[in-house]
Design a protein around this ligand. Structure first.
Ligand SMILES: Cc1cc2nc3c(=O)[nH]c(=O)nc-3n(C[C@H](O)[C@H](O)[C@H](O)COP(=O)(O)O)c2cc1C
Length: 306
């Protein structure tokens, strides 16, 4: 019998736990000729902001040991063009559509979500709270529990869609941030976003990214992400979508074992766009080999050494 990969997050059913991470999969259509989009459990769009953004000047990505740095600077088409140009494609797909929303003020998050709600044809919102909060002097929304509660609470007023809070790892206590997300009304947390990193050229002594620092992603961050998912799963009763360096089935299983219900594949999409398809098949085979009927038979089943 074929193992059951179906999961449910905030009342929304995913046919399998494998989705793709914001900013690594465009608006979905960029990958339409490369993989079967409808085979994915969910698609997460690039972060959408109120206004169109060109992002930071290049170079804005560079390779590092077992990973990469990026300082894309939230380049995106803005909410109006997203609704006019991207939703018509997304709404034809038979998978869960998650729109990732970013902002630099509380008003911006709320306004983008209000316009999205009016447009419809999507299933969930993922709030990227790793953005500087202009109203609060540039401190990231995601590094302050009160801001997290406030932004999720405000967005909830204008949407009927379940909200996922995407957590930043650049904090003292990710457990406190997950608790705040739950208190604010998020149905799930997705974690982790990138870790702050920097790389300097020894030839011209300049940072390799124009922005100076960037976000580190890929296999290099996987152990950090696994530890953080495990920590939150042990402390907060909220579904977790695991992200961070997932590149093959073994990585996916590892995240499930420490408590992730859903998964997002990020940097690995750049290495091999087929990664998510391979992992969906691989999870099914892993369960079959172990004579397990459902993906739930491995979620949170890590055996801690005493
Ligand atoms: C080039 C690039 C662009 C990204 N853009 C976004 C973004 O717009 N919004 C967001 O929430 N996360 C963004 N991320 C973070 C990813 O969604 C993900 O959280 C992170 O890369 C860790 O997963 P990975 O190691 O599998 O890539 C971006 C990552 C990369 C590599």
């Amino acid at each position: 019998m074929k193992p059951d990969l179906q999961i449910e997050i905030g009342g929304v059913t995913w046919k399998n736990p494998v989705s793709v991470a914001s900013g690594t999969f465009g608006y979905g259509e960029e990958f339409a000729n490369l993989i079967d989009l409808n085979a994915l459990g969910a698609i997460v769009t690039k972060s959408i902001t109120m206004k169109e953004r060109p992002g930071h000047p290049p170079p804005r990505t560079c390779e590092t040991a077992a990973g990469m740095l990026n300082a894309i600077g939230l380049a995106n088409v803005g909410i109006e063009r997203f609704i006019d140009e991207k939703i018509p494609f997304l709404k034809k797909l038979e998978t869960v559509i998650i729109v990732n929303v970013a902002g630099s003020t509380l008003f911006e998050y709320v306004e983008v979500c209000r316009l999205l709600e009016k447009a419809g044809h999507f299933d969930m919102i993922e709030l990227n709270v790793s953005c500087p909060n202009v109203d609060e002097g540039g401190m990231e929304f995601g590094t302050d529990a009160t801001s997290i509660i406030k932004v999720i609470g405000a967005v909830r007023e204008v949407t009927t869609r379940p909200i996922i809070a995407k957590l930043s790892p650049n904090v003292t206590s990710i457990v406190d941030m997950a608790r705040a997300a739950k208190e604010g009304g998020a149905v799930a947390v997705s974690m982790i976003n990138t870790l702050v990193g920097m790389s300097v050229s020894i030839h011209d002594w300049q940072p390799r990214l124009t922005n100076g620092t960037g976000g580190l992603s890929g296999p290099a961050i996987k152990p950090v992400a696994v530890a953080m998912v495990h920590k939150v799963a042990s402390a907060v009763d909220i579904p977790i979508i695991g992200i961070g360096g997932i590149s093959d089935t073994a990585d996916a299983v590892e995240f499930h074992l420490v408590g992730a219900r859903g998964l997002q594949i990020g940097t690995a999409n750049f290495v091999n766009p087929d990664t998510s398809m391979t992992i969906i098949k691989g999870l099914s085979e892993y369960l079959k080999q172990r004579k397990l009927a459902s993906i739930h038979d491995i979620i949170g089943k890590v055996q801690l050494r005493s």
